[in-house]
Design a protein around this ligand. Structure first.
Ligand SMILES: NC(=O)C1=CN([C@@H]2O[C@H](COP(=O)(O)OP(=O)(O)OC[C@H]3O[C@@H](n4cnc5c(N)ncnc54)[C@H](O)[C@@H]3O)[C@@H](O)[C@H]2O)C=CC1
Length: 372
């Protein structure tokens, strides 16, 4: 049966407005029929439910672009090894998913839609299983890493350096999921804030957010010598191709992390593009990484760091919100642009850049990390 993305998208759009209820039904059904699977998931399922729908939305919307679907599902399949997902689990998940879409799209459901969902799920599961299988025996399902440095830069933000016990290959701009001993089976994504290093260490920029189990543990209750677990590297943001254009990076808060990695990688490559980094925070005290960035700027004259403060009228420097401040400069239409930070900031900045003539293909952003 060939894929029919149109039928899947149309029926999915009926479910999207009731995504929360549908996700609750999906997990209820999955665990009722397969109680042994419950122990693979965290005790609190709220974040998990949101993730199911954001992954599903991404898969459904990439059904007509096979390359991006294959790359996303390949990463997802490799990442799911850390939960202990095995090929036999895909049948149970597929049955619960089909029962869920059938129920929540009942008003429009037909045999053709059912066939389209079965074909789409089988194709997606096949890509995930194949990627997981190819990785088995080649690299671990997760990495144990020791905390080798922990700096509290503000009451809420820590820069944490970890050293995996085995080499963890990644590309600047990618992120990893992190699990702490305190919260078994709870994984949260954090970008790697450095380019690959010979000593294999990774830096994470962590803001402790209210209700954020992993972020609060990492920022406030973690010490040098503690062990954490890391999932495989994920994400599509990567340094620009050699020989390409000047670069603009727009970083909001700890969204700086992957952009700093990309800048480090450009500098390490020996290339000399002009790089502008607009680095925004609500107050000057929240510019937690500014001294380090200024050191990079003085060592690499092609980098210009512009701190921007949005919430302090007395700040003696550039003031304003990042989307507007980005527009205050000359046109960025010829630049390669990277944007990372709070979802609303990223969305608005990208919208304005496009209005100002930056082609979408030259704007790089990644999934948001908003739940932690
Ligand atoms: N820690 C990490 O590894 C990564 C974090 N992120 C995301 O980056 C974000 C960073 O959050 P915080 O540090 O708490 O940032 P924040 O809330 O302190 O804001 C940082 C900057 O973004 C601007 N901003 C915030 N909301 C805005 C809006 N609605 N419209 C326009 N500008 C806005 C602020 O003015 C400020 O300049 C989080 O959403 C996080 O999920 C993304 C990638 C990696």
């Amino acid at each position: 049966m060939s894929l029919n993305p149109r039928l899947v998208k149309e029926s999915f759009s009926v479910i999207e407005p009731v995504a929360g209820k549908a996700a609750a039904y999906f997990y209820g059904r999955l665990f009722a029929e397969n109680p042994h699977l419950r122990c693979m998931f965290p005790p609190g399922m709220d974040v998990q439910r949101d993730r199911l729908f954001s992954a599903l939305t991404r898969i459904v919307w990439s059904l007509d672009s096979p390359d991006s679907m294959a790359s996303f599902l390949g990463q997802l399949g490799r990442d799911h090894r850390k939960y202990g997902v095995l090929p036999e689990h895909y049948g149970a998940i597929g049955r619960a998913l089909l029962a869920t879409v059938r129920r929540f799209a009942a008003d429009v459901w037909t045999d053709e839609i059912e066939a389209a969902w079965v074909a789409a799920y089988n194709a997606a599961a096949e890509l995930m299983m194949r990627a997981a299988q190819e990785e088995a025996g080649v690299s671990p399902a997760w990495w144990v890493a020791e905390v080798v440095d922990h700096e509290r830069r503000t009451p809420d933000i820590a820069v944490v350096t970890v050293r995996p016990t085995q080499r963890l290959p990644f590309t600047a701009g990618q992120y990893v999921s992190v699990q702490t001993a305190r919260w078994p089976r709870v994984w949260r994504p954090f970008s790697i804030a450095n380019a690959p290093r010979p000593d294999n260490t990774l830096r994470l920029h962590v803001r402790s957010v209210p209700g954020g189990w992993v972020s609060t543990t990492l920022a406030r209750d973690t010490r040098i010598g503690d062990a954490i677990m890391l999932g495989p590297p994920m994400g599509t943001m990567a340094p620009p191709e050699p020989g390409s254009r000047d670069v603009l990076c727009v970083a909001g808060g700890t969204g700086l992390a992957p952009l700093k990695a990309i800048i480090e990688q450009i500098i390490a490559s020996g290339r000399r593009p002009g790089i502008h980094l607009l680095y925004g925070a609500r107050t000057a005290a929240e510019l937690y990484d500014l001294p380090d960035l200024l050191r990079m700027e003085s060592a690499f004259p092609w980098l210009r760091v512009v701190p921007v403060v949005s919430g302090d009228p007395a700040y003696d420097g550039m003031r304003g919100r990042l989307p507007e401040v980005t527009q205050r400069f000359h046109s960025w239409a010829e630049h390669e642009v990277y944007v990372c930070g709070p979802a609303a900031m990223v969305g608005e900045t990208v919208r304005r850049l496009q209005e100002d003539g930056v082609p979408p293909a030259r704007i790089h952003r990644d999934v948001t990390h908003d739940e932690r």
